[in-house]
Design a protein. Sequence first.
Length: 154
Amino acid sequence: MSKFKKKSESSQDIPTAALPDIIFMLLFFFMVTTVLRETEIKVKQDIPRAEQLVKLEKKKLVSYLYMGKPKDENLGSEPLVQANDAFLGIDGIVQWVNQEKSKLSEVERDQITISMKVDEETKMGIVVDVQTELRNANARKIMYATPQKTADDN
């Protein structure tokens, strides 16, 4: 009896020589097309310096309010409140807080922190009004954002 051997000289390997090129092209594509967008601040921000600072652990739980005179002179010279990219009236703060809470999970909603960046020339009256509205919206954690005081500031 004779034995027959199957001849299979064709290889089933997948060519991977071009794989790094493809990965770098994809990486380059996403780097070019991705837009890292931050809020455009439309109010004057000359923030007072602080001596003691506390760093936040969960930045996704922070929503920002900016207060100060508008940069656009057509909007007047009275201090305005800006949230995200829009100006808010004092009466719209509760609705804005509820929208920000709805973006979070059910567990994190009570842990929301409102970071207020207030221009140093802003009168305290508008700040107190905003604090009152935040209390009405049950946003009890309020933080005042400020740069750290340096030795040159003395």
